[in-house]
Design a protein around this ligand. Structure first.
Ligand code: AMP
Ligand code: MG
Length: 290
């Protein structure tokens, strides 16, 4: 298959996710219906076939991005995944990003900072993980933790985390100016669905590894997290790096939606296959005789 840049949104979407899911000033976290499937007209049974088709489209575009970097294109894409525990960040990594060529992917998850990381500015570890030219960087949590969990737990003084919104905007502006397209996805799961997912983790030995007793403590702070998410969206959704709000109670929906956001980001780069930097006909002749 040779992907091109023609518009190809599948019929099962009534609205383009990158405009429909984009945060708008005034959007309220408290109003988000995590159960919803905005813009999607199909049903769960349509998801597997569509996912497979769109994964292929994504992989083709990703390969084109990578191919271009071999001939000097410095652009890259950064997917930022933020969400409460069980929102499905890992599933996005596995099912959306995982369908592409690992050669061009730079995955990084950000947990509780190590003592070394804490001894540096909070963007230090972020800077180290930024995608190289031609790569898709995937942040499973990100610098936004420094205005989410850090704010909720007051791990630094309010004036310190309070100054970070502007700092993050400036940081992202620099990234965009340097050729990185940033796709920021805020993933929302309802408290009831989160409870179900945590219960499942406790019921299944193959899921214990995903469970952390501290998840319950964070869950109990959901109103504080709602405030922190609201401030994050209000203050850091910019024209150059907007937030997308993705309802995540239905995993099949959130994966399809993020996949479309990524396809759209790659299409916006208007990529073409790089031309040969050798004489194709001459090489064919040489090969025939070799
Ligand atoms: P998980 O993603 O399930 O492995 O959990 C990672 C944990 O690390 C989450 O509870 C995050 O909120 C926490 N975390 C990530 N970044 C930071 C940070 N900068 N400061 C404090 N905690 C963080
Ligand atoms: Mg966790």
């Amino acid at each position: 298959m040779s992907p091109d840049n023609t518009s190809d949104l599948p019929e099962l979407w009534s609205h383009v996710p990158h405009t429909h899911l984009r945060y708008r000033a005034g959007d309220k976290v408290a109003d988000i219906d995590a159960e919803a499937t905005p813009g999607f007209t199909g049903s769960k049974s349509d998801a597997p076939a569509l996912m497979a088709e769109r994964n292929e489209r994504f992989a083709g575009l990703q390969e084109m991005l990578y191919a271009n970097s071999r001939s000097g294109d410095h652009r890259s894409v950064l997917l930022v995944l933020q969400g409460m525990d069980t929102a499905g960040k890992g599933g996005i990594v596995k099912h959306v990003v995982g369908a592409s060529n690992p050669q061009g992917i730079q995955y990084k998850s950000f947990g509780k900072p190590t003592p070394e990381e804490l001894s540096h500015h909070y963007l230090w570890r972020i800077n180290k993980a930024l995608p190289a030219a031609g790569h898709i960087g995937v942040f499973d949590r990100s610098h936004y933790e420094d205005v989410l969990i850090v704010r909720v737990h007051n791990l630094v003084a309010p004036n310190v985390w309070g100054a970070r919104y502007d700092e993050i905007n400036a940081f992202e502006q620099d990234l965009v100016d340097a050729g990185t397209t940033i796709v920021k996805v805020a993933m929302f799961v309802s408290l009831a669905e989160q409870k179900k997912r945590l219960a499942e983790r406790l019921d299944r030995p193959d899921k214990y590894w995903k469970y952390n007793p501290a998840d319950i403590d964070e869950r109990l702070k959901w109103p504080r997290y709602q405030e922190a998410y609201q401030a994050m969206l209000d203050k850091t959704s910019t024209a150059y790096a907007p937030w997308y709000i993705v309802p995540c109670n239905r995993k099949w929906y959130s994966r399809l939606a993020v996949l479309e956001l990524m396809i759209e980001a790659l299409k916006s780069l208007d990529l073409k296959w790089p031309p040969a930097n050798f004489d194709v006909d001459a090489e064919k002749k040489r090969l025939a005789q070799a």
